[in-house]
Write a protein that binds this ligand. Structure first.
Ligand code: PGA
Length: 262
């Protein structure tokens, strides 16, 4: 049976983009989206400094593109120098926010508890958190990939999110490396995550999209998006090239159509 979930492709620019090139890139994407609809929701995750200006640049795409933060603070406001709160992101035009990206878990020592607090702050502010999970290569080699993902889900999913949740499975060893898991490996983890979501109280599991992330490129996107249980992708490096990113967005429909034909 076809999934009720509309696929979603998110482009995470990470710490890349100044006003000139970032806004031009967003405008180029808006022009493509305005000219031809992709069969997926498309979400851009620019640096926070560009969100407001990009929100204006996306207007020609008439709602076909949405914006996301790359991180948010657990608190809604206050004396937290350098942090950006979920209500601020919502106010700037975001509908989503990434939390628990491996670069924050590893580089900023964010625990599952911190990621959950951020995800809950997002839900409270009316944003949909994109909660990232994924194992390192050492953990996979030790046969612990599913255990690690299970622990991250148990510790970092927001409570009572309902359908306001996206999960991204991003094997750490695939991020920025050009390496991707096999189709079977992706299918195994996605089925596992789906089971865990279904067993988590307060979450409308059937409505939650589970994305794959890690070295998604134009030449592998259709294969990855066609894997059973994959509802789209979280794209890093390739989202900085709008032609590549748009090809990846279009792969969503292509992958699914191919899948449907068997
Ligand atoms: P990548 O990054 O596509 O450059 O591997 C993915 C991510 O970090 O979300």
């Amino acid at each position: 049976m076809a999934s009720m979930r509309r696929p979603l492709v998110a482009g995470n620019w990470k710490m890349n983009g100044l006003r000139a090139d970032g806004v031009a890139r967003a405008a180029a994407l808006a022009a493509k989206a305005a000219a031809g609809a992709a069969e997926c929701d498309i979400v851009l995750c620019p640096p926070a400094t560009l969100i407001t200006e990009i929100a204006a640049a996306l207007a020609p795409a008439e709602g076909r593109l949405m914006l996301s933060g790359q991180d948010c603070a657990p608190a809604p406001g206050g004396a937290f120098t350098g942090d950006i709160s979920a209500p601020m992101l919502a106010d700037a035009g975001c509908k989503f926010v990434i939390v628990g990206h491996s670069e924050r878990r590893a580089g900023h020592g964010e625990s599952d508890a911190v990621v959950r607090a951020k995800a809950e702050a997002a839900v409270t502010a009316g944003l949909v958190p994109i909660v990232c999970v994924g194992e390192t290569d050492t953990e996979r080699d030790a046969g612990r990939a599913l255990d690690v993902v299970a622990a991250q889900l148990a510790g970092s999913l927001p409570k009572a999110a309902g359908s306001a949740l996206v999960v991204a499975y991003e094997p750490v060893w695939a991020i920025g490396t050009g390496r991707t898991p096999t189709t079977a490996e992706v299918a195994e983890v996605h089925a596992f995550i789906r089971d865990r979501l279904a067993a988590t109280p307060g979450i409308a599991a059937a409505a939650v999209r589970v994305l794959y992330g890690g070295s998604v490129k134009p030449d592998n996107a259709a294969r990855l998006f066609a894997v059973e249980g994959v509802d789209g992708g979280l794209v890093g490096g390739a989202s900085l090239n709008i032609n590549d990113f748009w090809t990846i967005c279009l792969s969503c429909g292509r992958g699914r159509r191919r899948d449907a034909r068997g």
